[in-house]
Design a protein around this ligand. Structure first.
Ligand SMILES: [Zn+2]
Length: 195
């Protein structure tokens, strides 16, 4: 796994790409206020595969159930579909693009973990379950793996370094989204986030 910083920043980048409105910064704040719940759902989904750390708390080993079925395509689909159906019942104006946003947010977690240093078995992510149970890990790491054997191990300098690296790697992506929206404004294009 990577740290919540990388998952959160990529989730935020995806959410802002969706929420920032209609090629104009003038309405950005009102759109942000109107759609903060959608941003929160996007952030939740981008971190949701790491919910498998919670049962590890119970047995005193955070890694006990980590990187199994929650880090799979099956989980990504079920979680994004579930959150989308809940969201849609309150916001029927949000159509299929909202589902795509939720799906990509959850999927981004697998992508980041695939690119993250992994020093404990099982290595990588079982990305394509339920279609196959092989684990995948890229042969080069762009993110550091945090120390997380137990809760006490979380509070150490190495994990601060992990979060700094996460921030620096993800910042260009977040900025690219903002520049993209700015460019939309410059070209005077309209972009609707609701279907
Ligand atoms: Zn993870």
């Amino acid at each position: 796994m990577s740290s919540p910083v990388s998952h959160g920043m990529i989730g935020l980048s995806l959410g802002l790409a969706y929420v920032l409105p209609k090629g104009s910064w003038r309405y950005a704040w009102s759109a942000f206020r109107e759609k903060w719940g959608l941003l929160a759902a996007t952030l939740f989904l981008s971190g949701s595969p790491d919910l498998d750390l919670l049962p590890g708390l119970w047995v005193g080993n955070l890694n006990a159930f980590h990187h199994a079925y929650t880090h799979t395509l099956g989980w990504v689909f079920l979680m994004s579909a579930g959150v989308y159906l809940c969201w849609r019942s309150f916001h029927p104006e949000d159509g299929w693009r909202c589902f795509v946003l939720f799906f990509l947010a959850a999927l981004s977690h697998l992508g980041i973990d695939y690119l993250t240093e992994d020093t404990s078995y099982p290595y990588g992510v079982m990305a394509f379950w339920p279609f196959q149970s092989d684990y995948f890990l890229f042969n080069r790491s762009y993110f550091l793996g945090p120390e997380k054997a137990n809760v006490a191990a979380l509070f150490q300098w190495h994990n601060v370094k992990v979060m700094i690296v996460d921030f620096l790697v993800c910042l260009p992506i977040l900025l690219a989204v903002l520049v993209w929206k700015w460019a939309l404004k410059q070209r005077g294009r309209r972009w609707k986030w609701s279907s």
